[in-house]
Design a protein around this ligand. Sequence first.
Ligand code: ADP
Length: 259
Amino acid sequence: IGGHPKAQDGPMKPAGVQRILAIGSGKGGVGKSTVSSNLAVALARAGRKVGLLDADIYGPSQPRMMGVNKRPASPDGKTIIPLHAHGVTLMSIGFMMEEGKAVVWRGPMLMGALQQMLGQVEWGELDVLLVDLPPGTGDVQLTLCTKSELSGAIVVSTPQDVALIDARKAIDMFNTLKTPVLGLIENMSLFVCPDCGSQYEIFGHGGVAAEAVKMDVPLLGSLPIDLDTRLSGDSGTPVAAGDGPMAQAYARIAEGLIK
Ligand code: ADP
């Protein structure tokens, strides 16, 4: 993996995996990877066997956000043993690259890498495998939706118009590809000043809820701009692994998904 992977045929659903859920966004930087890692941890804390596949080929964030970064073992040179962190089974294209090095691959190589990460990784028995997609509606999304048995997709957006316009496109893509959209998650909805308690709607307010109604998809949760979320992501222990209000917020979203 990471060299010159060849595209392979066949459906991409590892044998022991019950459900594959993709987490997408229209725009980059809205918190899709942050939500993916935290949701994975929250689902694991709720007793589910969870895998997280970081398919954000151009900007793999999970090694840093989940706090593990080493080359996975491949005893037979074919199968790949995933890593584990915070109760989550983890694979990232980032494990195969040096941090700070760009991936300069064309579509077929991306597809090959994605198929390898799904098909050759020993995921074991999982209730759910979350896939942290790259932002947008490109090759990776198309491959995943058409060549794997996806149970559904979740779209993350901020309430800002430019993010929502792209989130709408992501939902439209999933609809076109017949992948059920399980819902929208609003991220960075509100900032509460830790000193005075004043609330600021930095990226606007209500946009994601309105969009959810318009697109006829559920709003799965709304998460504020939160310093701990940012710090814990950078330090490799997702905020959902703690006991604060954000851990509870993620636990509620996880609960809603399990039901
Ligand atoms: P994406 O995967 O959509 O590109 P990331 O998850 O990498 O976005 O998040 C972008 C940046 O915003 C990161 O630095 C992350 O720590 C930060 N971030 C994400 N969600 C929040 C939040 N709710 N509060 C504060 N910072 C956040």
